[in-house]
Design a protein around this ligand. Structure first.
Ligand SMILES: Cc1cc2nc3c(=O)[nH]c(=O)nc-3n(C[C@H](O)[C@H](O)[C@H](O)COP(=O)(O)OP(=O)(O)OC[C@H]3O[C@@H](n4cnc5c(N)ncnc54)[C@H](O)[C@@H]3O)c2cc1C
Length: 451
């Protein structure tokens, strides 16, 4: 019990789906007070980051102030801080600026971060897509490239319109489709002098299919939709190195590019490394079926930061629905613990999976039996599910207006280049890329990218 006012104190690190689900459930209990700590003052809706990056939605459509979310709940205290250390024995967390919070129960919900798999240059030179900051950076880089080519078309020969997307999971597929749609529709309307026919989108994956968790029929469907939209698929191929002005593929090809988009994988948030706890697959914290850490009473890990065992004992995938439900179950187990009742094992309610491939094209596997739907119907299902999952009513309305605007005008959403630093490019800074007209020395397939 907290000595301050007699209420139990729960500290939650992270205001994503998992932290929010946990805090909202706990907030219903007046005998509990909650401190929710996040390094951002907002909750971000990760599934729609690619739509911000490709100018379909505005950042404010997918981010919601955490203080606003809990404005009506006096027992939730939101703190803007980056947690850098955890003492599981005393259930204390410490921020980068030295403040400490001690709790009766501690919930770690700090999510994921990109995993570059030690690919040389990827961390420094590619554009990951895991946060709102990542999405606005990428948007400015994409728009910045169009501006550069608009003024100097010869930059196309130096890779200014080559986009390399790493990873054929939902992030890679969704951004590839959205970028292809952008190049086909909104870019020609706004950049009248730009030769969009010269643009190339490469989508790479080491595996033999895109969107691997879906069926073979779905694999064929997604490959066809993207190929029809002029996305060049490179299956069985990864990226070996990312330079400031090029990407080297695992088959030896060197592609001149100023935009490598990283959707190549995730690992647990850095916090998992700093809490003195054993880490399992993906650097994540292995939890017991009740979501508590073994041998650490009162310490829970939920969402992407945790390896949560499914019915077959294998870890559940890193999904928004798993995060939200695990946060809610952790809250129920914490309340049970405070009341001296037994904990309940987490039981994931699988409602299916879906991915958007582009305008009018999506795949959904709905319900427990994963009944598969493709095309417009799946697109509509995707719109409905994502609108209903968004945190605030205003976000939903604004997103629906932007989606409707895009659908009927084909001009896309807000094309705002607001990160001038990201749009600035030194075209001479990559020695691996030969001057225009000269073939790149290291390329085994030079014709494809460096004329
Ligand atoms: C591009 C993309 C697309 C996706 N699409 C889908 C989809 O279509 N459907 C689906 O179900 N799932 C999707 N996912 C996965 C889903 O978004 C995640 O599984 C979910 O967001 C995990 O929730 P979480 O609360 O565990 O982590 P997060 O949502 O990542 O939240 C973690 C929070 O912790 C905060 N934080 C991190 N470290 C610290 C620290 N040290 N101190 C303080 N705060 C910290 C962060 O700021 C963040 O607010 C997608 C993910 C990405 C990246």
């Amino acid at each position: 019990m907290s000595p301050s006012d007699g209420r139990h104190h729960v500290v939650i690190v992270g205001g994503g789906f998992a932290g929010l689900g946990c805090a909202q459930r706990l907030a219903d209990d007046d005998n509990v007070r909650i401190t929710l700590i996040d390094r951002n003052n907002y909750h971000q809706f990760q599934p729609l980051l690619y739509q911000v990056a490709t100018s379909l939605l505005a950042p404010s459509d997918i981010a919601h102030s955490l203080r606003e979310v809990f404005a009506g709940q006096d027992n939730v205290d939101v703190k803007l801080a980056e947690v850098s250390g955890v003492d599981p024995a005393t259930k204390t967390v410490r921020s980068t600026d030295g403040e400490e919070w001690t709790a009766d129960a501690l919930v770690l919900a700090a999510g994921s971060q990109p995993n570059f798999f030690r690919t040389p240059g990827a961390d420094e030179n590619s554009f990951p897509l895991y946060s709102l900051d990542n999405a606005t950076r990428l948007r400015s880089r994409i728009l910045g490239l169009f501006e550069h080519v608009d003024r100097n078309p010869s930059l196309t020969e130096r890779g200014a319109l080559n986009f390399v997307i790493v990873g054929g999971g939902p992030t890679g597929v969704e951004v590839a489709g959205a970028l292809a749609d952008m190049l086909a529709m909104s870019v020609p309307a706004e950049y009248r002098d730009l030769d969009v026919g010269a643009a190339r989108i490469y989508l790479l994956d080491y595996g033999d299919a895109l969107l691997k968790p879906f069926s073979e029929k779905a694999h064929a469907y997604v490959a066809k939709v993207l190929t029809d939209r002029k996305v060049e698929l490179r299956l069985g191929t990864g990226v070996k190195e990312v330079g400031t002005g090029h990407a080297q593929f695992s088959d030896g090809a060197v592609v001149a590019t100023r935009c490598v988009i990283w959707g190549g994988g995730i690992e647990a948030a850095a916090l998992a490394q700093n809490c003195g706890l054993a880490r399992g697959h993906g650097g994540r914290l292995d939890v017991q079926p009740d979501l508590a850490l073994a041998g650490r009473p009162g310490v829970y890990a939920v969402g992407d930061i945790a390896n949560i065992p499914g019915p077959d004992k294998q870890p559940l995938p890193q999904l928004g629905s798993v995060a939200l439900q695990s946060g809610q179950t952790a809250a129920e187990n914490i309340l049970a613990e405070f009341e001296g009742k037994p904990a309940t094992p987490f039981a994931y309610r699988d409602k299916g999976i879906m991915a958007m491939i582009g305008r009018g094209a999506a795949i959904a596997e709905v319900g427990k039996n994963h009944h598969e739907v493709h095309g417009q119907l799946a697109h509509m299902a995707w719109l409905g599910v994502h609108a209903s999952l968004m945190t605030g009513t205003r976000d939903k309305v604004e997103a629906i207006i932007d989606w409707g605007w895009d659908r009927f005008t084909k001009t896309g959403g807000p094309h705002v280049l607001d990160r001038g630093d990201v749009a600035e490019i030194n075209w001479e800074d990559d020695p691996a890329i030969s001057p225009p007209g000269v073939t790149a020395a290291r390329s085994s397939r030079p014709a494809e990218a460096v004329p």
